[in-house]
Design a protein around this ligand. Structure first.
Ligand SMILES: *[C@@H]1O[C@H](CO)[C@@H](O)[C@H](O)[C@H]1NC(C)=O
Ligand SMILES: *[C@@H]1O[C@H](CO)[C@@H](O)[C@H](O)[C@H]1NC(C)=O
Ligand SMILES: *[C@@H]1O[C@H](CO)[C@@H](O)[C@H](O)[C@H]1NC(C)=O
Ligand SMILES: *[C@@H]1O[C@H](CO)[C@@H](O)[C@H](O)[C@H]1NC(C)=O
Ligand SMILES: *[C@@H]1O[C@H](CO)[C@@H](O)[C@H](O)[C@H]1NC(C)=O
Ligand SMILES: *[C@@H]1O[C@H](CO)[C@@H](O)[C@H](O)[C@H]1NC(C)=O
Ligand SMILES: *[C@@H]1O[C@H](CO)[C@@H](O)[C@H](O)[C@H]1NC(C)=O
Ligand SMILES: *[C@@H]1O[C@H](CO)[C@@H](O)[C@H](O)[C@H]1NC(C)=O
Ligand SMILES: *[C@@H]1O[C@H](CO)[C@@H](O)[C@H](O)[C@H]1NC(C)=O
Ligand SMILES: *[C@@H]1O[C@H](CO)[C@@H](O)[C@H](O)[C@H]1NC(C)=O
Ligand SMILES: *[C@@H]1O[C@H](CO)[C@@H](O)[C@H](O)[C@H]1NC(C)=O
Ligand SMILES: *[C@@H]1O[C@H](CO)[C@@H](O)[C@H](O)[C@H]1NC(C)=O
Length: 493
């Protein structure tokens, strides 16, 4: 009865618009419509009962299309034996989180994430001392309007009371107060996700690096100051995921990072970390994503990077890296995404870099590279802007790239004039974006250029020395951005 009544407290509606469409890829909606008074509730979708006593111990209503205000005296709070409650991905229409959850003293897992609750998270819910997992994350769109927030003592009390907590997800909750030292008392913590929580002050990361910790996301807290401690104790050795992007992280990456043998993802973009990537990075043999862009790193890449054989994403853009790309990078044949743009890399790209046959995105723009070959047959995105070729350039090298959608070749500083007939004709079928600004484009037979792609929507051809309007544009019905400034195009009647 309590369950049926709970169901009747809400309307069933289509999933709310604030949820990303991609959630359909990994969540199957729970079918509350199948609940009927005539059948045993233990067999209803989303319900789990204790095998011996028959009492309801689990309610999983993830993504059930519940819509409406969550009542402070909801009949849900009558289910006193609940251990596991998941209400994530519903639409509670900016209701405050009721303090009544504290009646469910047996709860081990409570998940209210992405369900549009708003206002203060009631401290009464910290009476749930058996909690092992607590999900209170909001999502970007919801946090814009009426955010969830906590008052200052909440985290201290949480650390005092929820001593069994393993998983704490409070992304997009306005936490503001400094993370108290007390958080280090949560020694059972396996994962802590506090993305975009307005955290500030100094956080000794050591406080979070308990021996059991596996996943830390403190990203997008720009006033959170920290540094990476030595990672050579017994702490943090099982860490799998570390995201400290968009924080005021400073200092170097310590050599001891190599001890994090289980690390899959290391993300420290938009930070103030300095120094080199240590050679020991090669010991992170399970790493799949290494994202260090827009920081203040320098020096050359250690060739040990070629040991990261599971790496699929490498993003090092907008740092001060210099020297040559080590040839060991050719071993990384799972790479699909490489961005080394906006650094001071020199020399040629490694000759065997073509073995990276899975590469789909490659940005080498704004460096001092002098030679390029591209046989990356799966490439979809290629940015070579400001590639300092300074020599004749064979534009035929792009013909292999049948899947290429985006090609930026602006400001190549090549001595070769680009003949669009050669670059475009009967190749590059999928092209949607082409950047050629600052190169000399042959003014001859501009009128006869034929392009196979019919999906071009962006064309950058400023400063190309052309004097005729490129006629091929007229057949491109999806065109939305054209830049032909600083040419000598003459009006033609
Ligand atoms: C379920 O059925 C019983 C017996 O017919 C009835 O007493 C009860 O009120 C019903 N509950 C709901 C929520 O409809
Ligand atoms: C959610 O936020 C994104 C990013 O700002 C925006 O593009 C989108 O329209 C928003 N969706 C809704 C339903 O508000
Ligand atoms: C909850 O409170 C409202 C009004 O305060 C009342 O009408 C309703 O019957 C109550 N529901 C339960 C389940 O106690
Ligand atoms: C901690 O939990 C106990 C037992 O449930 C409760 O009495 C106490 O008020 C809680 N403390 C806080 C700060 O919530
Ligand atoms: C809450 O549930 C959602 C959907 O099942 C899941 O993705 C998320 O990890 C859960 N959060 C916690 C803290 O368990
Ligand atoms: C938290 O840990 C500190 C130092 O480890 C200890 O002194 C303190 O008593 C702990 N607090 C609680 C509430 O357990
Ligand atoms: C960790 O490394 C630091 C610096 O290299 C060193 O001072 C410290 O003794 C090391 N600690 C352990 C436990 O090895
Ligand atoms: C980096 O440091 C500069 C100056 O010290 C500061 O202005 C900036 O906000 C910092 N950026 C980040 C992401 O910490
Ligand atoms: C890289 O791998 C080789 C062979 O597996 C190993 O000998 C070497 O120690 C590794 N280097 C690093 C820095 O991990
Ligand atoms: C282009 O290359 C020439 C040498 O061929 C060099 O003098 C010039 O500075 C380069 N221009 C830019 C913008 O790099
Ligand atoms: C382009 O013009 C040159 C010289 O005028 C000519 O030799 C060449 O055949 C023309 N190419 C095409 C495709 O029309
Ligand atoms: C077109 O290109 C010129 C030169 O690169 C640039 O200055 C201008 O801002 C661009 N215009 C637009 C609308 O993007």
């Amino acid at each position: 009865d309590a369950l049926l009544e709970f169901k009747s407290e809400f309307e069933l509606r289509n999933p709310p618009e604030f949820l990303d469409e991609f959630i359909y890829d990994y969540l199957v909606p729970v079918d509350v419509n199948s609940w009927a008074n005539s059948s045993d509730c233990c067999y209803w979708d989303g319900i789990t009962c204790d095998v011996t006593s028959g009492v309801v111990i689990g309610v999983d209503l993830t993504f059930s299309c519940l819509h409406g205000h969550f009542k402070p005296n909801s009949s849900l709070f009558g289910l006193r034996h609940l251990q596991d409650l998941n209400l994530a991905y519903n639409d509670f229409n900016a209701s405050p989180i009721p303090s009544g959850f504290n009646k469910l003293m047996g709860l081990r897992r409570l998940n209210l994430s992405h369900s549009w609750f708003s206002g203060q998270i009631p401290p009464e819910n910290l009476h749930l001392t058996k909690l092992v997992s607590l999900g209170l994350s909001s999502c970007f769109n919801l946090s814009q309007s009426r955010p969830l927030f906590i008052e200052k003592p909440f985290l201290v009390q949480l650390a005092q009371n929820l001593t069994k907590l393993r998983h704490l997800y409070m992304s997009y909750v306005n936490i503001s107060p400094e993370i108290p030292q007390m958080i280090s008392n949560l020694t059972s913590l396996r994962s802590i996700h506090l993305h975009k929580c307005h955290l500030f002050g100094r956080l000794p990361l050591n406080a979070l690096l308990s021996p059991a910790i596996k996943s830390i996301d403190l990203s997008t807290n720009p006033y959170l100051e920290s540094y990476l401690p030595e990672l050579n104790g017994s702490n943090s050795l099982v860490l799998v995921y570390l995201d400290l992007s968009e924080t005021s992280l400073s200092g170097n990456i310590p050599d001891s990072i190599g001890n994090l043998k289980h690390l899959n993802v290391l993300k420290i973009q938009d930070s103030n970390i300095t120094g080199k990537i240590p050679i020991s990075i090669g010991s992170l043999s399970h790493l799949t994503s290494l994202i260090l862009s827009s920081s203040k790193l320098s020096g050359s890449l250690p060739s040990s990077i070629g040991n990261l054989s599971y790496l699929n994403t490498l993003s090092l853009s907008s740092n001060n890296f210099a020297g040559e790309i080590p040839s060991s990078i050719q071993n990384l044949n799972r790479l699909t995404y490489v961005d080394v743009g906006n650094n001071e890399f020199t020399g040629t790209l490694p000759p065997n870099i073509n073995s990276l046959s899975n590469l789909e995105y490659f940005d080498a723009s704004l460096n001092f590279f002098i030679h390029i070959q591209t046989k990356f047959v799966n490439l979809v995105y290629l940015d070579l802007t400001y590639f300092k070729t300074q020599e004749p350039f064979d534009f035929g090298i792009f013909w292999h790239l049948k899947l290429l959608k985006v090609l930026f070749l602006s400001h190549l500083n090549a001595t070769t004039t680009i003949d669009l007939n050669i670059l475009l004709s009967s190749h590059l079928k999928s092209l949607t974006t082409l950047g050629l600004s600052g190169n000399h484009v042959s003014p001859r037979n501009m009128s006869s250029v034929s392009i196979l792609s019919s999906q071009l929507n962006r064309l950058e051809m400023s400063d190309c020395g052309i004097t005729r309007f490129p006629e091929f544009i007229r057949t491109q019905q999806y065109m939305s951005i054209i830049n032909l400034s600083n040419n000598g195009i003459k009006y033609r009647s």
